[in-house]
Design a protein around this ligand. Sequence first.
Ligand code: AMP
Length: 262
Amino acid sequence: MNPPLYSLRMHGTRDGRHLSGAERLVTAEELPRAGRELLRRALEHPRGRADALRLTAEEIPPEAVRYGRLPDLRTLPVADYRSGRRRAAELLLAAGVGRPAAEQAMTALAAGPGPGGCSMRGAMLVDAASGERLEADRARGVRASRMDLTRAAESQLRRRLARVGLDNPHVREALVLAAKVLAAPGIVAELCWSDDPDYTAGYVAAPELGYLRLPHLKPAGEERGGRAFFWRPGAATLAETVDFLERQVLLIDTLGAVAAPE
Ligand code: AMP
């Protein structure tokens, strides 16, 4: 019998604005160390030190844990962020996102998708055909939550990523987040570029395409970024999709392939 897991979640703010968030699924024994790591992250964020932060730990009943797999990862070389964004738009269309939806989501991320052009805490939820924004709250967005790797999968993933020079927290956490998003009913694709000014890479992920990393999706120094989850009606209601993303527990125990950058 597996020991019960805790969902451990950190949220840091500065001047009332979202600064950083991170989370883990860990045993009671691992909780103190994981808590310290998340606190350190809130205090050492590249955009500044959190002046308020919240750490929540919540026990998860073992029967509520689903198991899942990471998407396959490939890096697609692009010369600069403009060609990266063109490539991202093509990939979204290939994944089944309509052109208006792809274009509107990219424009919103470039402008800053939150109110007044700031970052959101979570993701935009975008109708994959029309581009209409469906999230109830444009500052918070929709949060993919309650997901992590098993410790065995984590060390195996780190070895695989290290072989191709990609073992960093951005890539590891984004892969886990994308696994949760792609497992959600009704999700067609995800688009992401970071709001961390030093990190220019981003990705498009989709169930049939896997996780396609683009080394340049924004210019260095740019703080505007975010995520768009593209949703199509049919497989689930919007409320069911959001419940899966935010509340269902997904523990990744199976890796996907990791290809060397071309
Ligand atoms: P990051 O990759 O951590 O730089 O995050 C980039 C953007 O993605 C953030 O500004 C948020 O808008 C969004 N984001 C971060 N974490 C999540 C999450 N767990 N669920 C949905 N969106 C997120």
